[in-house]
Write a protein of this length. Structure first.
Length: 189
């Protein structure tokens, strides 16, 4: 069973967070949602939706070998993630283990770029953050970019493609295509 950690904070973009959790759980991944807000498992997402995380960011999460670490966007959610030394450590540990770091919307620029974590990796992000991202790495205009250890995507409208790319990488393209068909999603995998 693949283990995935999705980090959330007040201001996280709800579509990006919940879509990834839903799609990955459909294929049997063990998805843990962790809030980076101190002592708050319930966060208020960018559009006022309340999300109840499974846990807050605690030391025991550093003992798990995560197959993928997911960083949703949304503001100020991405800023909270990017300012967390614990989140930066989790990103570095996940990358060092040869596993996937996945970031969408503002997160590629705000979390990864601002923390100097994008060396040599082509990436994309929400169009309003692409100029900032260009200061840190090569920017693609693609909706989803798979750069090996890093998967990035543009925003809420690309969240299903982003989640299915994670399924393709964690499981297989065949499984991702089957899930897309079952969900009535018509996108290339």
């Amino acid at each position: 069973m693949k283990q995935v950690l999705v980090l959330v904070a007040d201001g996280t973009e709800e579509i990006e967070a919940v879509t990834v959790v839903d799609v990955l759980r459909r294929v049997g991944a063990k998805v843990t949602v962790a809030s980076v807000m101190p002592q708050m498992a319930t966060i208020e997402a960018s559009r006022g939706v309340k999300i109840v995380a499974d846990t807050i960011l605690r030391p025991h999460l550093f003992d798990t070998q995560w197959d993928a670490l997911v960083l949703p966007g949304g503001m100020p959610g991405a800023e909270y993630l990017g300012l967390s030394a614990e989140v930066v450590t989790l990103i570095k540990n996940t990358k060092a283990a040869g596993n996937i770091v996945a970031a969408i919307c503002a997160a590629p620029a705000v979390v990864l770029g601002r923390n100097g974590l994008l060396k040599g990796a082509e990436a994309t992000c929400h169009p309003s953050f692409q100029a900032e991202l260009a200061h840190h790495t090569t920017v693609s205009s693609a909706r989803v970019v798979d750069a090996g250890w890093l998967i990035t995507s543009q925003g809420p409208g690309t969240a299903i493609e982003f989640a299915l790319k994670l399924v393709a990488r964690l499981y297989s393209p065949i499984e991702a295509a089957a899930l897309a068909e079952a969900m009535v999603v018509d996108i290339p995998i």
